[in-house]
Design a protein around this ligand. Structure first.
Ligand SMILES: [Zn+2]
Length: 482
């Protein structure tokens, strides 16, 4: 693929609207709203899309902060996924190399979703410009405002309503510490809260009158520890006691709750594993004479990778020059880089060859270079990474791809004050602009060369043979993080 005139004008256009995208990203950074409570952020996007002539649909799948904006007509229908939720407890001043909360205990964009959404919108805007300059060209670009990525699984609730099923392809990116196509798969996950109710009584004078909900939680957790040995490979289970019943040891605790996250390599096996956890919860209630109620919170599917689209994205990553950084930016990154522990090399995964590892060792100065200003090679990755995200659900409904762009210092801890500090920094803004161009160029390839989406669709048909099994239970409703 050579740099063509249409692509050059996409890049020029993204540069032209760069200050608008930066101001959008900065506003979202400042709002720092939690999952499914992103009201100001969603409104900011919706107003932008309306002003630019996109056809906007609001309140998707019962979520007030889920929306879409489409432009163009006819196939292909291509989705660009945006996110904008923040994390609690990560308030931090921008562009600082030491921890310094803006409002102690407040929220912050520790996962860079302010940059994620703004670059995605920039790409959608550039494709809109291309389509309006080429009225004979068939194609529709749809920007999806996907809420609740950090908690709530917005895209999975949208996928339960088949929101992405009519697309011919979807693309996204994520801020990161490397420039790399996201390859391979990851785990599916499901979260359920178990609430036990017992009877309170004086723990010393009338313990026989009490039925302890806290005992039930403890027995459930013990039961699950025994389950771990007998799970399929690739599964993991985590829990948090969200309510231990109170602070008084001389009371038999009448209520207690525990939140479980159950993960496997695919949704069907995860549902079976979750049913075994449910049985353990019932057993704990039976043993303690308490009652149990179960609340399904959210879930995500494993990612179906698409090598055809990965190659398209990678070739654009090779074509679009990576950002250059000034002396001041290197100095800032160097100081921030020194504020956390790290080991190993950036961007490594099991698909990389020994030659790739050697190259990364050299370019990253053995992991000591504060910014990874190079591209990680693309290989055919069949491994399953530990962890989950809700792009997986989109990937079960349409051929999907996403990539990472360098916005953070090398091996920066995820969900950290360091990432929040970077959220408005020129280094991150350069990464955001580059990511917007990579997405726009890749979408343009999909529009102009029908063979790409044909091959991507064939690969997708093969990889999703058994069909989408939504991880979200039928009667579940989206729930904001408390
Ligand atoms: Zn994220």
């Amino acid at each position: 693929m050579i740099m063509d005139k249409d692509k050059s004008s996409l890049y020029e256009y993204i540069d032209k609207i760069g200050s608008e995208l930066k101001s959008l990203s900065d506003d979202i950074w400042a709002y720092a709203e939690l999952s499914l409570k992103e009201h100001k952020s969603a409104l900011r996007y919706i107003e932008f899309l309306k002003k630019e002539g996109f056809h906007v649909t609001e309140n998707i799948s019962g979520m007030e902060t889920a929306f879409s904006g489409s432009y163009g007509s006819g196939r292909p229908y291509i989705g660009i996924l945006g996110e904008f939720d923040a994390l609690s407890g990560l308030s931090q001043e921008a562009c600082k190399t030491s921890e310094s909360p803006l409002s102690p205990g407040g929220c912050g964009h520790g996962c860079g979703h302010n940059l994620l959404g703004a670059a995605a919108l920039g790409a959608a805007m550039a494709i809109k410009k291309y389509l309006s300059d080429h009225p004979d060209c068939s194609g529709t670009v749809i920007f999806y405002g996907c809420p609740g990525e950090e908690g709530g699984s917005g895209k999975a609730f949208m996928a339960r309503d088949n929101i992405f099923a009519s697309l011919d392809g979807a693309i996204s990116w994520h801020p990161g510490d490397v420039n790399k196509v996201a390859t391979g798969s990851n785990q599916t996950s499901m979260q359920v809260r178990y609430d036990f109710r017992g009877t309170a009584s004086h723990a010393a004078s009338a313990p026989y009158m009490g039925r302890s909900a806290l005992d039930a939680v403890e027995l459930m957790n013990t039961g699950v520890q025994y389950l771990r040995e007998h799970m399929e490979p690739g599964c993991s289970i985590h829990y948090a006691i969200t309510d231990a019943g109170g602070l008084s040891p001389n009371v038999v605790q009448a209520k207690a709750s525990v939140l479980y996250m159950v993960r496997s390599t695919n949704v069907r096996s995860n549902k079976k594993l979750l049913a075994r956890v449910d049985d353990i919860a019932k057993g704990a209630a039976l043993m303690t004479g308490t009652t149990l109620s179960r609340d399904f919170i959210d879930g995500t599917s494993n990612m179906i990778s698409n090598h055809v689209l990965e190659k398209v994205v990678y070739s654009n990553m090779l074509d679009i020059p990576l950002p250059d950084y000034t002396k001041e930016e290197w100095a800032f990154a160097g100081e921030l880089f020194n504020t956390y522990e790290k080991n190993g090399l950036p961007g490594i995964d099991p698909s990389l060859t020994p030659e790739d590892t050697e190259m990364i060792t050299k370019l990253s100065e053995d992991g000591k270079r504060p910014i990874n200003d190079f591209l990680i090679p693309l290989r055919d990755n069949r491994s399953v990474a530990f962890g989950s995200n809700d792009v997986g659900d989109v990937s079960w409904q349409t051929p999907s791809v996403y990539f990472y762009g360098t916005t953070w210092t090398s091996m920066s801890p995820g969900h950290s004050w360091q990432n929040v500090s970077m959220g408005k920094h020129p280094i991150a803004v350069k990464g955001m602009m580059w990511a917007g161009k990579v997405m726009a160029a890749s979408v343009l390839d999909m529009i102009k060369d029908p063979d790409i989406l044909k091959r991507a669709g064939e690969e997708w048909e093969q990889s999703t043979g058994e069909g989408y099994c939504c991880p979200i239970e039928e009667d579940a409703v989206p729930k904001p993080i408390e």
